[in-house]
Structures are given as C-alpha cells and as structure tokens.
Design a protein around this ligand. Sequence first.
Ligand SMILES: Cc1cc2nc3c(=O)[nH]c(=O)nc-3n(C[C@H](O)[C@H](O)[C@H](O)COP(=O)(O)O)c2cc1C
Length: 193
Amino acid sequence: MKVVAFSGSARKEGNTAFLLRAVLAELEAAGVETELVQLAGQEVRGCIACYECFKRKDGYCAHSTVQKDCINDCLDKMKGADAILLGSPTYFADVSPEMKALMDRCGMVSRANGDLFKRKLGAAVVAARRAGAIHVFDSMNHFFLIGQMIVVGSNYWNIGMGREKEEVAKDEEGMQTMRILGQNMAWLLNKLG
Ligand SMILES: Cc1cc2nc3c(=O)[nH]c(=O)nc-3n(C[C@H](O)[C@H](O)[C@H](O)COP(=O)(O)O)c2cc1C
C-alpha cells in the first residue's frame, strides 16, 4: 500500500508540509509506504483548456509534454498510489495557485481517461493563519468527490493554524486531527488489503 501527499505551498517545508508529514508518520507506523511531493520551486502551470487529454486519452497532460513541468510526474505518482493526500495553505481564503494547477490538470486528465483515481482514498489538509481554511478544504474535497474517490475523515476538519514555518506544531488540536486522519486512512487501507 502506498500513499502520496502533495504540498501546494509556495514555500518548502512550511506548515502544509509539516501537517502532511504528521499524517504520513501515522501511515508509516502502520506499515504503509509514503511519499511527500512539494510543489514549491517546481515548474507548474495552470490548465490551458486545450482538451488534448480528451483526444489523446493516454493518461497524460499534453501541455506538460510541451512545458516540461512536473504535472505528468505527479500524475504517475497519483496512478501508482492507493491514496492521495492534497495539502494547501490558505491564500485569500482559497487554495494556492500551485494546488489549483495540480487539481485542474490532473483532474481533467483523470476525467478524460474514465476516472483514473476511482476508488482510491483521498484526504485534504489545510494550513491557515486565521480564516478561510474551510473553503480550501472544500475545494480539495471537490477534486476527490468528482473522481469517484473515497474521502477519509478525522475527528475534525483537517486544518492546522499557524503563520510562520512549523508554527502549526503549536496547534495541538490541529496536530491531533492530522494524527487521527493518518490512523483512519491506515485502518481503511489495511481493510482494503
Ligand atoms: C498570499 C497569501 C495569502 C494568505 N491568505 C490567508 C488567508 O486568507 N487566511 C489565512 O488564515 N491565512 C492566509 N495566509 C497565511 C498562510 O495561509 C499561512 O501562513 C500558512 O500557514 C502557510 O502555509 P505554508 O507554510 O505551508 O506555506 C496567506 C499567506 C499568503 C502568502
């Protein structure tokens, strides 16, 4: 069993990555293989609405071939995983541009190919300083739910509060939410075998 997590933060090793690592630690403790991909510093562009993915139906983003950005690598990682974690900071009460590009392009390729991530597990994780995180959480859940994925929950919505890097560590409740999310995902993955 493998879980791949994507941090859509513009800064490496920020709060989003910190929260995702807390989820992944629980999965690893349960014997699940994990990988964290940080989009910060990587080439990632928005969807150009060329609809080539619907014509080619080859499981890849044609734009990525032209632009040579990281989206097709991300698609391969999603295809190879049993569960996908999407993490984003809150930027003006919305997902980061990097996360939006990942969702739009991987989501469109998935739809063009008969829902590539159907029945994989999914969960969203959000970092915020103060407000707007629930909208970010909802946005990422839309990616899972339109693609026939199964969303795993915790004992609260998966949000951690903090502004400076790793400040979320001080948000006890947020950190506990991440640990429980990891435990629930591990439990379900093990049931699915
Ligand atoms: C462009 C920008 C917009 C932001 N907008 C919000 C916001 O609407 N609400 C909020 O609570 N925090 C906002 N923040 C703060 C970040 O969400 C917060 O610092 C978060 O922990 C960053 O996560 P990271 O360390 O993974 O980048 C914003 C930060 C930036 C850079």
